[in-house]
Design a binder for this molecule. Structure first.
Ligand SMILES: [Zn+2]
Length: 318
């Protein structure tokens, strides 16, 4: 039997349930929706979670398609799912947990007696840390972003190579290989000896079909590539960025991009122009480094200093 929260599945069974993480302000129980798919044959455990940031819904789009397609009689090992991690932020469609105003993915491995986000991190990490592989499904929030996978442990970490292998197997095509901030699951997992990646499935308001399909393919690639399912994977070369340059606006006005997501960028290329409402150009911003045009803001209006776009730099492939 494998149990996650109230979901208990014997070999060959699927169960759904709730993982208790406390109570709401009216005293109702908060239970994160969880699922256990227990394969008929023995094997490793894969942990998958989504909506650690409350406005990032592509990941739960992926899970809602993967679970019905996963036949336990074809599975060796177990897959654990937490469908919605940041319960409170999800309820109100916000990025951060409104109960403690924290970004949940800065609070791993969590604290049993901590703030709301720390307790949720703690509860989910208890399941994740018993697994052999971890997928933490994210996206570039509501901005516009390419589909990519992040390896956050840093190049000196003993699990760096294993995390890179997992990212390649997931096969988004792009990888950001850069040590992440403290408190990310993609750092806490490797610290426990578990290869962990943070697939960033595009960026959207609500669901994006292309990114969700890529995420579904990625989960099945991992299941086949690591022996949970029969079959093999033949991932393509991954374009890897080891740096990430962010560009802000020098003026207030309207942004006009001269690059599209995924475009190659050379030093000196114009990334965007800022105009006034009548088309008069106020500024033209050029690239300081070469790389790949990676992410942009969604709305065209900006104030001085406001975020406009990012370029992945130090590019190679593997
Ligand atoms: Zn996120």
């Amino acid at each position: 039997m494998t149990t996650l929260g109230t979901a208990t599945a014997a070999p060959g069974e699927v169960a759904t349930g709730r993982l208790d993480v406390g109570e709401t302000r009216d005293g109702s129980t908060v239970g994160l929706p969880v699922a256990v798919v227990n394969g008929s044959a023995d094997g490793d455990t894969l942990y998958v979670q989504a909506v650690s940031d409350g406005d990032e819904l592509n990941g739960v789009g992926v899970i809602s398609r993967v679970v019905p397609q996963l036949a336990p009689e074809e599975l060796s090992g177990t897959v654990l799912f937490v469908g919605i991690v940041n319960y409170h932020a999800y309820q109100v469609g916000e990025h951060r947990n409104p109960i403690d105003d924290r970004k949940l993915n800065r609070t791993y491995p969590g604290d049993r007696n901590g703030t709301s986000s720390e307790r949720i991190s703690h509860a989910t990490f208890q399941a994740a840390r018993e697994s052999d592989l971890i997928l933490d499904l994210h996206q570039g929030s509501t901005s516009r972003m390419i589909d990519e996978t992040r390896v956050r442990c840093g190049s000196r970490h003993r699990l760096h190579r294993e995390c890179l292998r997992l990212a390649k197997t997931f096969d988004c095509g792009y990888i950001l290989d850069q040590k992440g901030p403290d408190g990310q699951l993609a750092r806490a997992g490797p610290d426990e000896g578990i290869p962990t990646i943070d697939p960033e499935l595009g960026g959207s308001v609500g669901w994006d079909e292309t990114s969700i399909r890529r995420g579904v393919d990625g989960v099945f690639n991992v299941l086949r590539g690591y022996g949970f399912l029969e079959g093999s994977v033949d991932p393509g070369r991954q374009v890897r960025a080891k740096g990430f340059d962010q560009y802000g606006s020098p003026n207030g006005g309207l942004v006009h991009f001269e690059k599209d997501l995924g475009d190659e960028v050379s030093i000196g290329d114009t990334l965007f122009r800022i105009t006034d409402p009548f088309g008069t150009v106020k500024a033209r911003v050029t690239a300081d480094s070469s790389g790949v045009f990676w992410r942009t803001r969604r709305l065209p209006q900006v104030a001085t200093g406001e975020y406009v776009c990012s370029v992945g730099t130090d590019i190679d492939s593997y």
